[in-house]
Structures are given as structure tokens and as C-alpha cells.
Ligand binder design. Structure first.
Ligand code: MN3
Length: 236
């Protein structure tokens, strides 16, 4: 919002000045020169549901701290890094394609910013189950939904320390895997690359208040709030 407002302000200011001082062709050229390239920045998506809406799978306090403190900090910190390091990116894909060249601050907070936006939108109060194309793709790749869940859960459980479990499209096929820290499959680093369909945050901050050390229970209950409609939308 701030970026758009600033750009519009600059356009309006330039037009106001140009209207009194400059003729047509010169006006166009001056406007072209005056307009800055919009700097790339991350923004926090609005939480798509109330913080208590995912209970009992995910408790209200965890959601409030996770969204309001952890995620907000990643957004603030990555945008600081982008400004301080003069990082130029056309969009998120362009940003993460440069990950190997980014500072730790930009990489970790950029991942944290994007991954959590994706995570919030990967959940919904009444998750349901996979249908249609998604169901067909899961059955084709993993045998059936239960086998898929078992394999995904195993990946989530085996991620040592902090990280994420993912369902991605990789070379036209579904694949599951995990990333450490705030890395994601859009980054030009690590083993897991692809177009993300579904993400699960397995950092302790995502579940510790309610589940303590029982990551397995968190993952088991998380399936109740997976937004399969979002997965279907991402597969298109
Ligand atoms: Mn998190």
C-alpha cells in the first residue's frame, strides 16, 4: 500500500509540475525518468480466519504469537535487508532464485515471510479432504491418501530441529520433502525444488504451547485443517 501511495504521489507531483512547465514529449520523457522502479518488498497476508478458528488442532494463543510476532518479524526484517542491501527482484520467484547470493538475514527472513503467508493459506477451519484432480494426483503418486499422509508425516517428523515439510510439483510430478530453517522449494539452494502445493511449519514455535514435544500429535491434528481447496487452486 505504501509503495503504491508513494508512486502515485510521485506521478501526481510530476504531473502537477509538468503541467505548468513542460510540453508533451518532454513531459513523457521526464515522467519516465522520474518514476522509480518499484522496490520489491514482502507483505504479510491478512490471516484468512480468526486466530481461534483452527482450534482444537491449532490453539488461539499459538496462532496469535505465530502470526503477530514471529511472522511479523520476518516481514519487517526481510524488508530491512532488501533496503539495506539494495536487493533487486521482480517478484518472489526472482527473489528466491537469488537465494545463494543473499545474506543470511535476507534468506532466513525472506523464507520466513513467504513460507508463513503460504502456510496460513494452506489451512482452513473445515479442511475436508482432497478431491478431483488433487485426489487423482495423490493417488497416482503415492497410492492413496493415507499413504500420502504417512509419507508426508514421516518427512515432517524426520526434519531435525526447525524447518518445513512440503508437497510440491517437481518436473510435472508430485513430490514430498523438507527444508531446514526457513528455506523453501523456490530457493536456488538445497535438495527440494519445485512449485509448492502445501506446507507444514514444524518449528517448535508452531506447536510447542499446545503440544510441547509431541510433534507427531501436532502433525496428526494438522490434517484436520488442511485447506485442500487451496491445494487444488495451486495445482491449476
Ligand atoms: Mn513458523
Amino acid at each position: 500500500m505504501e509503495r503504491i501511495d508513494r508512486k502515485q504521489f510521485i506521478i501526481r507531483s510530476a504531473q502537477a509540475t509538468a503541467g505548468t512547465l513542460l510540453a508533451g514529449p518532454l513531459l513523457a520523457r521526464t515522467l519516465g525518468n522520474a518514476l522509480p522502479v518499484d522496490p520489491f518488498a514482502f507483505a504479510q497476508v491478512p490471516l484468512p480466519y480468526a486466530p481461534e478458528a483452527l482450534e482444537p488442532s491449532i490453539d488461539k494463543l499459538t496462532m496469535e504469537i505465530h502470526y503477530g510476532k514471529h511472522h511479523a518479524a520476518y516481514i519487517k526484517n526481510v524488508n530491512e535487508a532488501i533496503a539495506a542491501e539494495k536487493i533487486v527482484a521482480a517478484d518472489v520467484h526472482d527473489f528466491f532464485r537469488q537465494t545463494s547470493k543473499l545474506s543470511a538475514k535476507a534468506r532466513n527472513n525472506g523464507g520466513g515471510a513467504w513460507n508463513h503467508n503460504f502456510f496460513w493459506e494452506s489451512m482452513a477451519p473445515a479442511g475436508g479432504g482432497p478431491e478431483g484432480n488433487v485426489l487423482d494426483a495423490i493417488n497416482g503418486a503415492f497410492g492413496d491418501v493415507e499413504k500420502f499422509k504417512t509419507a508426508f508425516t514421516e518427512v515432517a517428523m524426520k526434519r531435525f530441529g526447525s524447518g518445513w515439510a512440503w508437497l510440491v510439483v517437481q518436473n510435472g510430478k508430485l513430490a514430498i520433502g523438507s527444508t531446514p530453517n526457513q528455506d523453501n522449494p523456490l530457493m536456488d539452494v538445497g535438495d527440494l525444488r519445485g512449485a509448492p502445493l502445501l506446507a507444514l511449519d514444524v518449528w517448535e514455535h508452531a506447536y510447542y504451547l499446545k503440544y510441547q514435544n509431541k510433534r507427531n500429535e501436532y502433525v496428526a491434528n494438522w490434517w484436520n485443517v488442511v485447506n485442500w481447496g487451496a491445494v487444488a487452486h495451486r495445482m491449476k
